[in-house]
Ligand binder design. Structure first.
Ligand code: NAG
Ligand code: NAG
Length: 303
């Protein structure tokens, strides 16, 4: 989402897949399906800001509800300026870090330091969120530097989610982000994270989807890019309003991604978090509009 563009995001859940719910017909062939937890990056105008006023942490009990529903990845947004409040190379704010890590159940948020070198297979790191209007070579170089830094710090088991320019949109990926094909990782665990919204300008600010087929249409060229270049990706953000056209568009898109699950490892909805109130895409249990109106559309794709 554009208004979270200052956030650095960590896709960060290490949760056991829950037993399939009875109403689930099948497990999808994705590896991950979940939601972005957006709230610890709120209040970016106030650094460090006040907990409970400017920002809040994800709610472990509602995350548990989503895990029980069948989700298995949570993408936790945070502000680098809060995590490292002094200088670029300063140390972590231990309280912000411990609050983040306790809610995201991972001790894996150190991006480029040697504080933590282990990590299970289900830990991932994601770099800057939604680059936009930046020099394209710079986007390549920043991503490469982050990958190299993480590996140099000794973290070798994690997947690294990289995002591209132009808000990392899938629909413009091949026009904009072709040079990211040249990213390298000594561990060969790069995952290309793309985002896709289905409203007319692709910004995810309207509950109206362009058409019932727009979902698949907007991810086709990126899918071909992944296939052609022998890469893998995740759809790290997507959403649509709770209405028939969007539900059909989302079903079409997710079915297409699943048909191509050799290159698409999963998807995560935008967004959950305690402060979304009546937001059109809120996946926060128990009463978020998307939680009550969209969950059954997504459930066939849970892992
Ligand atoms: C960490 O979270 C606790 C509540 O769990 C809160 O009281 C505290 O202010 C938070 N600290 C920071 C630095 O966010
Ligand atoms: C990848 O790098 C090679 C070697 O530098 C270069 O020739 C090629 O144009 C790059 N590919 C893209 C798509 O930028």
């Amino acid at each position: 989402m554009r208004f979270s563009r200052f956030a650095i995001l960590a896709a960060a859940a290490s949760v056991a897949a829950s037993p399939l719910k009875e109403h689930k017909k099948r497990a999808s062939s994705f590896k991950w399906f979940g939601v972005s937890e957006s709230c610890a990056e709120f209040g970016s105008g106030n650094i460090p800001g006040v907990y409970g006023t400017d920002y809040i942490f994800p709610d472990t009990s509602t995350i548990q509800t989503l895990i029980d529903d069948g989700m298995n990845i949570f993408r936790v947004a945070f502000l680098m300026e809060r995590l490292v409040p002094t200088t670029m190379t300063g140390s972590f704010d231990s309280e912000y870090l411990s609050n983040l890590t306790s809610t995201s159940r991972t001790k894996n948020l150190n991006m480029v330091t040697d504080e933590y070198k282990g990590g299970g297979l289900h830990h991932q790191r994601s770099l800057d969120n939604e680059y936009h209007d930046m020099d394209q070579t710079l986007v390549l170089d920043l991503n490469q530097a982050a990958i190299d830094g993480i590996r140099a710090a000794g973290a070798t088991s994690q997947y690294i989610f990289v995002e591209g320019n132009s808000y990392t949109g899938a629909w413009t990926w091949t026009e904009v982000n072709g040079n990211l094909v040249n990213l390298t990782d000594t561990e060969n665990k790069i995952i290309y994270e793309m985002h896709q919204y289905l409203d007319s300008d692709g910004s995810g600010t309207s509950a109206t989807c362009v058409s019932s087929t727009i979902g698949q249409e907007r991810v086709e060229s990126a899918t071909q890019w992944l296939i052609d270049n022998d890469k893998v990706g995740v759809l790290g953000e997507f959403a649509g309003g709770v209405n028939d056209v969007c539900q059909e568009a989302i079903t079409g898109m997710l079915s297409y991604l699943e048909d191509n699950s050799a290159v698409w490892l999963g998807a995560s909805w935008w967004a959950a978090g305690p402060w979304w109130a009546d937001y059109i895409f809120s996946m926060e249990p128990p009463s978020g509009l998307a939680y009550t109106g969209m969950l059954s559309t997504l459930e066939p794709y849970f892992v």
